[in-house]
Design a protein around this ligand. Structure first.
Ligand code: NAG
Length: 148
């Protein structure tokens, strides 16, 4: 009885604290494991800055655009081009459901983002990255992170 209560308290607290926000260093580790560091010339801090300016590290963020499309997940990937949300026409270049981009394991998001990054324009495809991360010192994004 007491134990069940404790378990509930712990998990309920996680929900209240926003279980959808990923810790910066945990994200760095996942990105590192998926070999993004140096991919197409972008560093790990570029990816962290991208995730921060797009979603504030919110892995379940969904945002509707004025054109009726939606942006999904930690990198705010757009449904008109990259994933299928079954609500409007999509090119679905990443060949996945937009819902996959909300998975906490981040594998689909990283996989699709790599596809975008390897296309023309690279990370400049994300306007917020171009405005807030491009050409700035970014190494502090890794402060205190150990990749193991
Ligand atoms: C994360 O995004 C979801 C969906 O957009 C939103 O409901 C939630 O409030 C966000 N979490 C935080 C802590 O901002």
């Amino acid at each position: 009885m007491m134990r069940a209560l404790l378990i509930c308290m712990a998990s309920c607290l996680l929900v209240v604290n926003g279980g959808n926000i990923i810790n910066r260093c945990a994200l760095a580790k996942m990105l590192h494991e998926e070999d993004v560091d140096g991919f197409e010339g972008y560093s790990l801090p570029d990816w962290l800055c991208l995730a921060f300016v797009e979603s504030n590290f919110n892995i379940s963020k969904v945002n509707e655009n004025v054109d009726g499309s939606f942006d999904y997940g930690i990198f705010q990937i757009n449904s008109h081009y990259w994933c299928n949300d079954y609500q409007s026409h999509s090119e679905n270049f990443c060949h996945m459901d937009c819902q996959d981009l909300l998975n906490p394991n981040l594998l689909s998001s990283i996989h699709c983002a790599k596809k975008i990054v390897s296309g023309s324009g690279g990370m400049k495809n994300w306007v917020e990255w171009r405005l807030h991360c491009l050409g700035r010192p970014l190494s502090y994004w890794m402060t205190g992170c150990h990749l193991g």
